[in-house]
Design a protein around this ligand. Structure first.
Ligand code: MF3
Ligand code: CO
Length: 255
């Protein structure tokens, strides 16, 4: 269902967003060579609960953990476990926290130690893709304008845009309408118009090589079909009469 949030709802989503952002900051501080993804997950769960929130992914369709940690060729939904981060890895930490009835959803791809220049460029361009899409997160545009901007920036840099996983509306539910693809396919110039009070998760998932992905036998972890690295960057965004509000990125943290 597509829900429009009023001013009071947006304030609550700001609080959920701030908590989500704070968890990601903690992940960035902790993510060093030798740390296990399970340690990151534990710390994320503790921080969310200590602030009176709850981990949205835990138990969602049977998902076993609080966060998703997708390393290197893993695209999304990597399950935290015994894996120890190594120098040169990248790890996408995807955090969804619920506070006071609303969800915040955000992802950062973190660099572990000395990451090859080629891979750092992928991470940087993926972040840029979000901000390219954000330019169209305004009244007067459609969802597909956001998608097209993301796709254009990724493909003009020679990267593959994941097509099988997409962004989404968010609010009292983690996944609401509308779909927010990062690829327009045949839908260009169509799709719903943006209106004030819509809240959406814009989340480019960008592959160094082919856009194609496959699912691992654990039933969750998506990996690139060619084994090349993949990066992910996500924020929860509110559409307003004017500039969009990034609910999971405080002003003082803007690049
Ligand atoms: N941010 C991810 C998403 O929007 C969170 C997935 S949680 C899981 O799909 F439970 F599905 F893993
Ligand atoms: Co999401």
């Amino acid at each position: 269902m597509l829900t429009i949030k009023n001013a009071a709802d947006i304030e609550k989503m700001k609080a959920a967003g701030r908590l989500t952002e704070d968890v990601l900051k903690l992940m960035a501080e902790m993510a060093k060579p030798g740390v296990t993804t399970e340690e990151l997950d534990k710390a994320a769960e503790e921080l969310i609960r200590s602030r009176g929130g709850s981990p949205s992914c835990l138990g969602y369709n049977g998902y076993p953990k609080t966060i998703c940690t997708s390393v290197n060729e893993q695209v999304v939904h990597g399950i935290p476990g015994k894996y120890r981060l190594r120098d040169g890895d990248i790890v996408s930490c995807d955090v969804v926290a619920k506070l006071d009835g609303f969800h915040g959803d955000a992802t950062r791809t973190l660099l572990i130690g000395d990451v090859p220049e080629e891979t750092r460029r992928l991470v940087k361009v993926t972040e840029e893709c979000f901000f390219e899409g954000l330019k169209f997160a305004r009244v007067g545009y459609r969802i597909s304008d956001i998608s097209a901007a993301i796709q254009k920036h990724a493909e003009s840099n020679g990267y593959g845009v994941v097509r099988d996983m997409i962004g989404h509306g968010i609010g009292r539910e983690m996944h609401e309408s509308p779909d927010v693809p990062n690829y327009v396919g045949g839908r260009y110039g169509r799709g719903i118009r943006l209106i004030p009070g819509m809240t959406i998760a814009i989340e480019p998932m960008i592959n160094m090589g082919t856009w194609q992905i496959k699912l691992m036998p654990d039933g969750w972890t998506a990996v690139t079909a060619d084994g090349k690295p993949s990066a992910h960057y996500e924020n929860t965004v509110a559409i307003t009469d004017g500039d969009p509000i990034i609910l999971t990125l405080s002003e003082d943290n803007h690049a």
